[in-house]
Design a protein around this ligand. Structure first.
Ligand SMILES: O=C(O)[C@H]1O[C@H](OP(=O)(O)OP(=O)(O)OC[C@H]2O[C@@H](n3ccc(=O)[nH]c3=O)[C@H](O)[C@@H]2O)[C@H](O)[C@@H](O)[C@@H]1O
Length: 441
C-alpha cells in the first residue's frame, strides 16, 4: 500500500508563504502593510499546511491505517467497526458449539491459509472470528470471494489491521478468545526488495502489537502463528530440522519471520504466553495466492505467456518442498489443540509457558521444472519456458522439511503429493476464473 506522504515540518518552513510574484511597492506605509499582510498570509499558509500535516499523519499512522506499503485498506478515517450490531456479529461468529470447543481469533482470515483454517475450525464446531486488512498486495476480489465463502460458513471477518490496538482490544473485550491463530503477514519472498517497509509493518510491528494485546488479555490466549521455511536461509544440510541454525536469511521476508520467532521467545519468557510457531513450506492449493509461482505459472501458461524458471548455478535444480493446504490446515488445528494454556494473567507471568517451533512441510522436494511439467499435463497446454539463472532476489535453491517433531507432537502426516494437490488447484482455478465465481472448496 502506498504510504500517504506527510509534509515534514522542516519543509513547511521552506514553503513560500505566497506563491507567485508581488508587485513591488515603494512607500514605507505600504511596506508595513505588506509586512503585516505577509505575516498573516504566512500564518494562514502555515496553519493550512499544519492542518494537512496532522490530517495525513493520522491517515498514515499504523493505528489508523492498514499496512503502510501495500494498498490502502478501505477504512482509512473513521472506523467501520464498533456498535451493538457489529458486536452481536462478532459474538455470534465466535460462539462455539460445545463447551470443550475453542474460541479462536484468526488473523489474516481472508488470506489463503487463513480462509482454509477458519472454515475448518468452524466446521468442527469451534467459535471463529476472522480479522483481515484486505490490503492490495494481490487481487482484493479474491480476498473478498474468500470472505463471502467464510460468511456463508458463519465466520465473520472483521476488516481491520493487526496494528490497530484499539480494535484488537475491543475484540478481546467482546470475546474471551482461548486461542489466536495468527496468519496475517506480509508474505512473498521476492516482493521484499520492492517494499521492505510492508514486511516490517506487518511481520514485526503488527506481531508485537498483537502479542501486546494478548499478554494483557485476561485470560491470556494461546498463540499459534505462521513462521516460514525461509528462516533456514542459506543452509545446505537437508532435510531442514528445527534445531538447525537460522541466522543466515536470504531475504528480508525471512529475516522478519526469524525476528518473529525471537519476539515470540521474549513474550513467552516475560509474560508466560503459550506460543507455537509453525514453519510453513511453500503451501499451495485451491484459493491460493496469485503471487506464488504455481499460481501465476498456471495463469501465464493458459495465456500463452512465457514463464521464467530459475536455475541454480551450473544449471542446478531449484526445488521446493511444496505442501498441500489441507495438510497444513491439519497441522494448524493440531497445533491449536495441543497448545497448552498461557500462564500469565493481568500482564504478569505466573510460571513457565509452552514455546514451540515446528516444521510443516511435505518431506519430498520437487524441482520447479517438474512443477511446470505437471501443470502442462493438467492444463493440456505446452508452456513457453525461459530458463534463467536464479536472480539474487531472496530466493533459496531448495527447501526440504524434516517433520519428525511435528509428527511426534501433532500427529502431523502430510498425505498429498504435488500432482494430486495441483489437480485440485487447477480444477478450482478453472472454475473460479471461468466467471462462475461459485467455486466451493
Ligand atoms: O516456504 C515458505 O516459507 C515460503 O513459500 C513461498 O515462497 P517460495 O517457496 O519462494 O514460493 P514461490 O514464490 O511460489 O516460488 C516457488 C519456486 O518457484 C521459483 N520461481 C519463482 C518465480 C519465477 O518466476 N520463477 C521461478 O522459478 C522460485 O525460485 C521457487 O523455487 C511463499 O511465497 C512464502 O510466503 C513462504 O513463506
Amino acid at each position: 500500500m502506498s504510504q500517504l506522504k506527510t509534509v515534514p515540518l522542516s519543509e513547511i518552513d521552506n514553503i513560500p508563504s505566497t506563491p507567485g510574484k508581488f508587485k513591488s511597492e515603494k512607500s514605507p506605509y505600504v511596506d508595513r502593510l505588506r509586512f503585516h499582510s505577509t505575516i498573516s498570509r504566512l500564518t494562514l499558509w502555515s496553519s493550512f499546511f499544519l492542518a494537512f500535516t496532522i490530517f495525513f499523519f493520522f491517515l498514515s499512522s499504523p493505528s489508523a491505517s492498514s499496512s503502510p506499503a501495500v494498498g490502502s485498506p478501505r477504512r482509512a478515517l473513521g472506523d467501520s467497526w464498533g456498535g451493538p450490531d457489529w458486536e452481536k456479529r462478532v459474538s455470534k461468529s465466535a460462539r462455539r458449539n460445545s463447551a470443550s470447543g475453542l474460541t479462536v481469533l484468526v488473523t489474516g482470515a481472508a488470506g489463503f491459509v487463513g480462509t482454509h483454517v477458519s472454515a475448518a475450525l468452524k466446521r468442527r464446531g469451534d467459535g471463529v472470528l476472522g480479522l483481515d486488512n484486505f490490503n492490495l498486495y494481490y487481487d482484493p476480489n479474491l480476498k473478498r470471494a474468500r470472505q463471502n465463502l467464510l460468511d456463508r460458513a458463519g465466520v465473520f471477518v472483521v476488516e481491520g489491521d493487526i496494528n490497530d490496538s484499539a480494535l484488537l482490544q475491543k475484540l478481546f473485550d467482546v470475546v474471551p478468545f482461548t486461542h489466536v491463530m495468527h496468519l496475517a503477514a506480509q508474505a512473498g519472498v521476492r516482493y521484499a526488495m520492492q517494499n521492505p517497509g510492508s514486511y516490517v509493518h506487518s511481520n514485526i510491528a503488527g506481531f508485537v502489537n498483537l502479542l501486546e494485546v494478548c499478554r494483557s488479555a485476561n485470560p491470556q490466549p494461546a498463540v499459534v502463528w505462521a513462521s516460514s521455511s525461509s528462516v533456514y536461509g542459506l543452509n545446505s544440510k537437508v532435510p531442514f530440522a528445527e534445531k538447525d541454525r537460522t541466522d543466515r536469511p536470504a531475504s528480508l521476508y525471512a529475516a522478519t519471520k526469524k525476528a518473529g520467532e525471537e519476539i515470540a521467545h521474549t513474550y513467552n519468557h516475560i509474560y508466560g504466553l503459550s506460543i507455537t510457531g509453525l514453519r510453513f513450506f511453500t503451501v499451495y492449493g485451491p484459493w491460493g495466492r496469485p503471487d506464488m509461482a504455481y499460481f501465476f505459472f498456471t495463469k501465464d501458461i493458459l495465456k500463452g505467456k512465457t514463464i521464467t524458471i530459475f536455475e541454480a548455478p551450473d544449471h542446478g535444480t531449484v526445488a521446493r518442498d511444496f505442501t498441500y493446504v489441507d495438510d497444513v490446515v491439519k497441522g494448524c488445528l493440531a497445533a491449536l489443540d495441543t497448545a497448552k494454556k498461557s500462564t500469565g494473567s493481568g500482564g504478569k507471568k505466573k510460571g513457565p509457558a509452552q514455546l514451540r517451533i515446528l516444521n510443516l512441510g511435505n518431506t519430498s522436494p520437487v524441482p520447479v521444472s517438474k512443477l511446470v511439467s505437471i501443470l502442462e499435463k493438467l492444463l493440456n497446454v505446452k508452456a513457453k519456458k525461459k530458463l534463467v539463472p536464479m536472480p539474487r532476489n531472496g530466493d533459496v535453491k531448495f527447501t526440504h522439511a524434516n517433520i519428525s517433531i511435528a509428527h511426534k507432537v501433532l500427529g502431523y502426516r502430510p498425505t498429498t503429493d504435488l500432482e494430486t494437490g495441483l489437480k485440485k488447484f487447477v480444477r478450482w482455478y478453472l472454475d473460479f476464473y471461468s466467471g462462475s465465481k461459485k467455486s466451493a472448496w
